[in-house]
Design a protein. Sequence first.
Length: 113
Amino acid sequence: VQLQASGGGLVQPGGSLRLSCAASGITLKDYKTGWFRQAPGKEREWVGSIFSGGVSEYAESVKGRFTISRDNAENALYLQMTALKPEDAAVYYCNRIAIPWTWGRGTQVTVSS
């Protein structure tokens, strides 16, 4: 299993970014998957999940601002982030929720003016 997150970058507070996660070796729609993030000096934290059926759930800190989606044809996961705050800055990863696969390379999100 290989997971590759991309789409990070530098954005001003209040801005938006869309992260992508490409997967190989597994079919994402068969699992509950989602996004995690890790800021410097902090533990990795859960951001949100999407169930096999497409229902999503989010951490309170991002609810209403972030949206997870999945493209089954592309076997890809997405994280649309809006109204970004400095505290959203972190390395973002995608993975299975219950039993993570090997962590892939994350993508850096920096929120700064």
